[in-house]
Design a protein around this ligand. Sequence first.
Ligand code: ZN
Length: 176
Amino acid sequence: MSAPKNQEKRAEWIKKLQEANLGISRPMSEEARKKISVARKLRMKRIGYLNDVGTRKKISERLKGKHSSPETEFKPGEHCGEKNNNWKGGLQNDGQGYIRVVAPNHPFAVYGKIRQHRLVVEKNIGRILKKTEVVHHINAIRDDNRIENLYLFESDYKHKKFHAKPFNLISNIKKC
Ligand SMILES: [Zn+2]
């Protein structure tokens, strides 16, 4: 509601508004009083229920994944990998353009994942790559992990040296 322009009406409007705010303009009806009382009691009951030790324990356990029914209870490992609804075949872009795959048993896994291009080369050569070895993407596309697009450098020094060559079209790309 916008304020009336007329001075007198405006004063009246303000007075009404103030009265309403103070709760003195309209005496509360018996019905409204009852409604408020019931709502207040319900709220108190709810707070009382929440403060009940047994309920608080139940809520805290539920937050930790424990449920009263074994069917709905969280079991470690059950929501991992393929069983998870968000499963995308184990592929995940790491934000830098590389694809990470789930490999929890890999010695160099970080949070159970490893960069796919390294895994592809490892499978191809039949051994785990050393941390010092660098896998280069020939076409500079970081998520093109076809074996024919991958080249293994024995060190980051050799990889960087390769990129630094003036005839190399992708020399401006530090890591690929
Ligand atoms: Zn490279």
